[in-house]
Design a protein around this ligand. Structure first.
Ligand SMILES: *Cc1c(COP(=O)(O)O)cnc(C)c1O
Length: 476
């Protein structure tokens, strides 16, 4: 830094606005209508210190006139203040239009809820409700009784327990049933499921000694059989949700493993992960374990997520034999893992669609997975016509064949055929278009494929189409 600049910087630093001056600006006044004063003062201080840092790291020549310098520094500080405020708004949880075609999008909150689930959560459970109160007797009732009963009825299990998520469910089952003993698991199922959920670590955390059998691609019933000892408490089967081993593979069926477990008076537990309650085999998902079938085949305990293929709220659902589930309910950590009223309501609202047999119409995840290429093509074309009639000449848009994805670590090999809209701008890059959509209100999240922004209506609700249209038009 030359001495001339450092002299200039020193002078600029001495002319920075005071907190009071910033608070009196129009920007602060505007933000002040939404935040209380202490928070505004804090943000003003941060804005001033950011301008101070930028002066120190070398700043554009502000000239000589003191009044001009003061004015421009105040303007700069106001701009910083506005940015700080907008950034904190940006981070607020807000509705997003998912135009990616990834149905169970982990970063976008996994399963969008059905109207039934939304209504139950908002209308029935968000004020006071009969969470632990029996309205017929006026006495204390069982927490979440209706939701757990519905799960049991729909899966054919004797009993059900709801906890915070499937990771908690798996840990709780192991802690309650195999802590201090051994659990047998195939080497092909020592999986990691998103982030930090790794089966060997979960086993260790639960105090269970892991007895690995077989190989990565092939494990036989006899491998399990010869590993059973007097310390064995459990046989565990984990669904390898987010990957597939193909080719020379083998693993025993649920029925065979359940029979082996019962012959040795131990428990058979399946962590099914996504867990399909509906029959999704017509939609390319022949590998997804059907929860009902596992129970029918003799599994003592099955765990699965509430917000993957079930299409409801985040929850871990544990189903199985009543005497086994009673042991889980009695574990001290059940209380730590249990869910609140909104979750029970969300499950109840979701499952009512299964009870009625309208799950493929009502539950967004299932409706989106089941949407055919033909129907999506027709919907996409009519949206495209509307778009072309509205959007300026700078944007080109055309329909193209593509594939969607299930997501959420479910059905990794399934890519339902779809028809997308490819959007390009004759001057702006695809990255810039994608950013414009993402920062629109409501935000639109789309993919970039081959230098074009790609919009897949599979995951866009019909009543979001006007907002989507506005967002695309704003890119022009
Ligand atoms: C997704 C998954 C989990 C974790 O479920 P969360 O609901 O995300 O906690 C556990 N096990 C399997 C097999 C899974 O697929």
């Amino acid at each position: 830094m030359s001495s001339a600049t450092s002299f200039g910087a020193g002078r600029a630093l001495s002319l920075l606005p005071s907190v009071d001056a910033v608070l009196q600006s129009a920007t602060a006044e505007h933000i002040g209508t939404s935040v209380r004063r202490e928070r505004l003062v804090q943000m003003a201080r941060t804005a001033i210190s950011e301008v101070r840092e930028s002066i120190k790291s070398g700043v554009a020549d502000l000239g000589e006139d003191e009044a001009v310098i003061r004015k421009s520094l105040l303007k700069e500080t106001e701009a910083q203040l506005l940015m700080i405020w907008q950034k904190s708004l940006e981070q607020s949880l807000q509705r997003v239009i998912n135009a990616t075609g990834v149905v169970i999008h982990t970063n976008l909150g996994r399963a969008p809820l059905s109207e039934g689930a939304r209504r139950a959560m908002f209308e029935e459970a968000s004020r006071y409700c009969n969470l632990e109160y029996d309205l017929t007797t006026g006495k204390r009732g069982t927490r979440g009784a209706r939701a757990e009963k519905m799960i049991a009825e729909l899966t054919g299990a004797e009993d059900a327990i709801v906890v915070n998520n499937c990771a908690a469910a798996t840990l709780l089952v192991l802690m309650s049933l195999s802590s201090g003993g051994e659990a047998i698991i195939s080497r092909g199922e020592l999986v990691e499921i998103g982030g930090d959920f790794r089966i060997p670590d979960v086993m260790a955390q639960s105090g269970t000694l892991m007895r690995e059998v077989g190989t990565t691609n092939r494990t036989k019933l006899s491998d399990y059989e010869s590993a059973v000892s007097e310390n064995t408490k459990l046989i565990l089967k984990i669904h390898p949700s987010n990957f597939r081993v193909v080719g020379f593979t083998e693993s025993p069926s649920v029925a065979e493993l359940a029979e082996l477990a019962h012959r040795n008076e131990i428990v058979f537990f399946e962590d099914a992960g996504s867990g399909a309650l509906a029959d999704v085999s017509d939609h390319g998902m022949k590998d997804e374990p059907a929860i009902k079938q596992s129970i029918a085949d003799g599994a003592d305990v099955v765990s699965f997520s509430g917000d993957k293929l079930l299409g409801g709220v985040q929850a871990g659902i544990i189903i199985g034999r009543r005497n086994v589930l009673e042991r889980i309910r009695r574990h001290p950590l059940y209380r730590a893992f249990r869910v609140e009223k909104l979750v029970y309501a969300g499950i109840q609202g979701t499952l009512e669609s299964f009870e009625r047999g309208t799950e493929f119409q009502d539950i967004p995840v299932l409706r989106m997975i089941a949407a055919s290429k033909k129907d999506l093509g027709a919907r996409t074309n009519s949206f495209l016509q509307k778009l072309l009639a509205t959007v300026g000449k700078s944007i080109s848009a055309e329909a193209a064949e593509h594939s969607s994805a299930i997501g959420g670590g479910s059905a990794p090999g399934v890519h339902p055929e779809t028809v997308v809209i490819k959007i390009k701008h004759n001057e702006k890059s695809a990255n810039l278009l994608e950013e414009t959509l993402r920062t629109h209100k409501p935000a639109v999240v789309a993919r970039i494929v081959d230098d074009a922004v790609v919009v897949d209506l599979r995951t866009v609700f019909e009543d979001e189409e006007n907002d989507l249209l506005d967002a695309i038009v704003s890119c022009a």
